[in-house]
Design a protein around this ligand. Sequence first.
Ligand code: FE
Length: 198
Amino acid sequence: MTTSGPDETLPVELRTEALEQLLTERGLIDPKAMNKLITYFETSVGPLNGAKVVAKAWTDPDYRRRLLEDGTAAIKELGFTGPQADHIVVVENTPTTHNVVVCTLCSCYPWPVLGLPPSWYKDPAYRSRVVKEPRTVLSAMGLELDDDVQITVRDSTSVVRWLVLPERPAGTEHLSEEELVPLVTRDAMVGVAKVEAS
Ligand code: FE
């Protein structure tokens, strides 16, 4: 018996290339425009945008409230918008609750604040395992959480893109918003790491 669905065992690069070729042949996309878009997201947009959002939320309680109420709007306030910017929902990590983001179906990701997703995020192993055994997966990625910390796995879709607002680390009370930005990592905003004080 044959199946007509996508063969997920083929490397994603190969499948993407085949798709791009087909769309180009049919005149549906312009490869030059594609390259421009990819370069833009690789160089101009990236986790630095998300780090600015997080640092602002840590230092401005009103902004933090707006961010948790309507992520898309609060992120747009800082000028970050574009494809996959709609419906960004921000969830806060605390000492007792931990959120971790996945897209079990494919690789939905909040591009305007995090750039393009890392390869492990697109890996079928991460996508399936983190839902079933988040504590084990996080531990394997170097994040050990106490047993009393409640973990919530947030599954991204085309209508909800999750962004984690990590905990502000202890010992950073004296730092300004600008000084906090470089501490915030992409992994912390996906929820597979914590922000370290230095
Ligand atoms: Fe997806």
